[in-house]
Design a protein around this ligand. Structure first.
Ligand SMILES: NC(=O)c1ccc[n+]([C@@H]2O[C@H](COP(=O)([O-])OP(=O)(O)OC[C@H]3O[C@@H](n4cnc5c(N)ncnc54)[C@H](O)[C@@H]3O)[C@@H](O)[C@H]2O)c1
Length: 287
């Protein structure tokens, strides 16, 4: 990889984990390019980065729109040195049981979390492979390893992102490519994800969605109550930085969900019907 003027591209870098990634890589001297759909937060993040002497550019990007991603990538290719790290990080969270979820809920969550990754690969992977350098960071989640109830579309999107990352890892290895892949699987992180609706397009919001908001508010309140288990996004960013350096594939952020993941793997190995463990989150709520 180039030792100078490395370009780090982060989708969803105007907030939360993406913004911490921008600061972390930026402080090490990299050139930061953020693509985000939320214009005001994007301008704010760029101003903060610049005020710390970090060279950064913000571009409006809707990751769920393939054309938007293509234009974003073309601008990056024309203005910056070859991509060094690409963080496909933009994501939204939504709750509700599968029977309550409308088609619009599925379209919105899968549009951003899954199609956002597919569109990103379509726009950037050929260039990374042609240059035979760079590192892709896919943001999945602990939800990509587990199937907690009332998070159907989110779980589906994150399981899909995990398997895309694993598949690409094998394919690049087979080709002898120098392009690296990691999958970030955060547990609970203190960000603005519970307010993801702020970026939900009106066209993907139904009356049904609005009626569900009351339940959604209760669910968010419950999650906020366990937020003291959540870690700061800067900690996540440091782990990602080290993982790129070490070419480490799986990036877990803490061990809160280890038993739950082991339990799921045991159920699969023994073909036992799925069970949920009483994990740290539950214990915490019962305290
Ligand atoms: N916070 C957590 O506990 C947690 C846990 C596991 C995984 N994650 C994942 O981390 C990633 C970052 O989320 P976060 O927690 O920092 O939340 P966040 O809401 O703070 O940041 C998400 C960013 O994505 C942007 N975004 C939303 N829709 C977009 C679109 N269509 N196009 C471009 N940008 C868009 C938002 O504007 C925002 O800047 C997501 O993929 C999320 O699923 C978060």
């Amino acid at each position: 990889m180039n030792e100078q003027n490395k370009t780090v591209i982060i989708t969803g870098g105007a907030s939360g984990i993406g913004k911490s990634l921008a600061f972390c890589f930026g402080k090490k001297g990299d050139e930061i390019v953020i693509g985000d759909v939320e214009e005001r937060a994007l301008d704010g993040a760029i101003a903060e980065l610049e005020s710390k002497g970090i060279s950064s550019t913000g571009m409006l990007l809707d990751v769920s729109d393939g054309d938007s991603f293509k234009s974003f990538a073309n601008e990056v290719f024309s203005k910056f040195s070859p991509p060094y790290v690409l963080c496909l990080n933009a994501g939204v969270g939504a709750g509700g049981s599968i029977s309550e979820s409308s088609i619009l809920d599925w379209e919105w969550v899968l549009g951003v979390n899954l199609w956002g990754v597919i569109n990103g690969l379509n726009a950037f992977l050929p260039e990374l492979e042609r240059n035979n350098q760079g590192h892709l960071i896919f943001t999945s989640s602990i939800a990509g390893h587990l199937s907690y109830p009332n998070m159907g579309p989110y779980n589906a999107s994150k399981h899909a992102v995990l398997t895309i990352a694993e598949t690409l890892h094998f394919e690049l290895l087979e080709k002898g490519s120098e392009v690296g892949v990691s999958v970030l699987c955060p547990g609970l992180v203190k960000t603005n994800i519970l307010d993801s609706d702020r970026n939900r397009p009106e066209a993907l919001t139904s009356r049904n969605t609005l009626d569900n908001y009351r339940d959604e508010d209760m669910r968010k309140q419950m999650v906020r109550e366990i937020y003291d288990l959540a870690i700061h996004p800067d900690q996540v960013a440091e782990l990602v930085f080290k993982a790129v350096d070490a070419n480490q594939f799986y990036i877990f952020t803490d061990n809160t969900f280890d038993d739950a993941i082991k339990n799921r793997h045991r159920n699969i190995e023994t073909a036992t019907n799925p069970t949920l463990t009483a994990d740290l989150v539950e214990e915490h709520l019962n305290d």
